[in-house]
Ligand binder design. Structure first.
Ligand code: NI
Length: 194
């Protein structure tokens, strides 16, 4: 990452996975690399993401829409009636523009599938800016442990719809596992006390 002119789609993630020496340089992101933690849930907590196929399609939609809006995805998890992401705007679009598009498109798909035209699918979303590396890593832990917290699985790796496996695959590159261990997940997060 030192001598390339190519702009990475994941400047903050690259910085997190870099060596300690490389990390002394701040991430060079157009928007300053400000990470935002987002929680959104469906209206009345309806399990609109109950099926595997719908979670998989929604995971693909999160990624394709994020690319389109130049939003870096640092970490994500999709549950049965809500999701959490850590995202960084890297272009002109704001997080709320992206979330609105994501919610509009997923609602359209689901209402077509369920023959419920005009139904409101999403309730609202909560966001919080993560200013420090400790904030960021504790929320990454929170996201990866969320399927365990919600009682779906025993181990984070047993849940397919999160960034856990992506992170695990890159752990050998740096001391990221040690740094994650230093910042345990917060016990409670607003909007996630299901
Ligand atoms: Ni949750």
């Amino acid at each position: 990452m030192t001598d390339t002119n190519q702009t990475s789609m994941y400047p903050l993630r690259d910085w997190l996975f870099a060596t300690a020496q490389e990390r002394h340089r701040p991430p060079h992101a157009p928007a300053g690399g400000i990470a935002i933690f987002i929680t959104a849930s469906t209206l009345d907590r309806l399990a609109l993401l109950e099926t595997r196929s719908r979670r998989t399609a929604f995971q693909e939609l999160i990624h394709s829409s994020a690319r389109e809006f130049e939003i870096e995805l640092v970490s994500w998890v999709i549950l049965r009636e809500h999701y959490h992401v850590i995202a960084v705007p890297q272009g002109d679009a704001s997080i709320s523009q992206w979330v609105q598009a994501l919610h509009r498109r997923s609602s359209t798909h689901w209402n077509r599938e369920d023959v419920t035209e005009g139904r409101q699918c999403w309730y609202q979303h909560w966001d919080r800016t993560l200013w420090t590396e400790g904030d960021l890593l504790s929320r990454v832990n929170y996201i990866h442990c969320n399927p365990v917290k919600h009682g779906y699985v025993e181990e984070p790796g047993a849940w397919t719809w999160s960034s856990f496996r992506d992170w695990l695959a890159r752990e050998a590159e740096s001391d990221i596992a040690d740094r994650l261990a230093r910042f345990p997940a917060p016990r409670r997060v607003p909007g996630d006390d299901f």
